[in-house]
Write a protein that binds this ligand. Structure first.
Ligand SMILES: Nc1ncnc2c1ncn2[C@@H]1O[C@H](COP(=O)(O)OP(=O)(O)O)[C@@H](O)[C@H]1O
Ligand SMILES: [Mg+2]
Length: 245
């Protein structure tokens, strides 16, 4: 059974008397353990899609089944539980709490889940060690580089052992070297069996994944194997940004 099934999804935003179809009849399935990139020009509906997949927003019409659950049947509290148990989020802007340290940021999903404090701390430290931040446990976001902050965000996404990680342009604010480090972490998570769905507009980033869903004007225009680094132009290769498998 697919971990994600989307059928005829539409999302219409109404502003005044203007109707905008951010998503227009989108259907696809994602199997457990896949590493999928979502691509497309700005405004093509990528973030709208991710927000719906993440149960942060609801479609105007259509069907979304997440790990066997029809999302439409769930009330607000149930959706919050689903988000907490099944999904880890990583955003371009990191979205960390500025006033608390790395451990406390990472503990947050477990706090909402009611996990006792010592177990929370233990799991948070373990998640931070996994992303190579064992030496930065008590740094606050402002005391860390962008790459380190994004690692904290990834640790927060994996601390609850969610089977799905949703990442919306997670390397959008990072330099090439840091981007490679972050993509290596996503690759490791994929190897551990986590389903990774990552939005990017850079073809080099997509070479790390297995499959690409391409959006344009709210429609899914291609569902294809990820590009290989050799297939990209030489400029991309010399940037050293692609996956070196
Ligand atoms: N809350 C909103 N209200 C009105 N229009 C929106 C809203 N969110 C997104 N849109 C519009 O929907 C379209 C898709 O946006 P988005 O999903 O953010 O695209 P992408 O992430 O691919 O850049 C865009 O035209 C955008 O302006
Ligand atoms: Mg976007």
């Amino acid at each position: 059974m697919s971990i994600i099934t989307v059928k005829d999804l539409t999302k219409i935003y109404v502003t005044g008397d203007i109707e905008l179809r951010a998503l227009d009849g989108v259907s696809f399935e994602i199997e457990r353990g896949e590493f999928v990139c979502v691509m497309g020009p700005s405004g093509s509906g990528k973030s709208t899609m991710m927000n719906i997949l993440g149960c942060l927003d609801v479609p105007t019409s259509g069907h979304y089944e997440l790990d066997g659950l029809d999302v439409k049947d769930q009330d607000k509290a149930e959706l919050a539980d689903i988000r907490n148990q099944k999904l880890g989020f990583v955003f371009q802007g990191f979205n960390l709490l500025p006033k608390v340290d790395a451990v406390e940021n990472v503990e947050l999903p477990l706090l909402y889940r009611g996990v006792p404090s010592s177990a929370r701390r233990k799991a948070a430290v373990k998640a931070l060690e996994k992303v190579g931040l064992g030496q930065r446990l008590h740094h606050r976001p402002a005391q860390m580089s962008g790459g380190q902050q994004q690692r904290v965000a990834i640790a927060r996404a994996i601390v609850g052992e969610a089977p799905i990680i949703l990442a919306d342009e997670p390397t959008g604010n990072l330099d090439t070297k840091t981007t490679v480090e972050i993509m290596n972490i996503f690759t490791d998570l994929h190897k551990q069996g986590i389903t990774v769905i990552l939005v990017t507009h850079e073809p080099e980033i997509a070479t790390w994944s297995e499959r690409v869903l391409r959006f344009r004007d709210g429609r899914l225009i291609a569902d294809e194997a990820a590009p290989k680094l050799e297939e990209l132009d030489s400029e991309a290769k010399t940037q050293g940004l692609g996956a070196s498998v």
